[in-house]
Design a protein around this ligand. Sequence first.
Ligand code: 4NP
Length: 143
Amino acid sequence: MKKVCFVCLGNICRSPMAEFVMKHLDKKQELWVESRATSTWEHGNPIHLGTQKIFQKYAIAYDKGKVSQSISQSDFGTFDLIIGMDEQNVRDLRMFSNGRYDDKIALFCDGGVPDPWYTGDFEETYHLVTTGCAQWLNKILGE
Ligand code: 4NP
């Protein structure tokens, strides 16, 4: 089973959205999916209400107990694919990986996913996340 980790700055808006949208799309549960933060800023905090409202609106099951967790060195070993939600996330992941796991690190989609923490536009996030997750699912399961 391939293990996939989505990563954003806070792990409360974009990467948990990608985690649970991916689990929703992966009907046969062929992937192991989690999410992490590049920062410690939101450590222990729950998923942002804007993202929770999107899950409720689009009937996407999620773990209400999910809290923000920073990426650790052991995560780089555990996961097969570590997907940064924007270009800065990917730069930070490459820095943490220090050349050891660059082949596992990827950008979620061209141009990245704008941060709704700043834009306030969780609908935009949802549409980018759904499109990107569908493409990643096809790519990963097609390999
Ligand atoms: P996320 O959004 O990276 O999509 O989870 C953010 C959440 C929190 C902060 C920034 C972005 N923050 O500055 O605390």
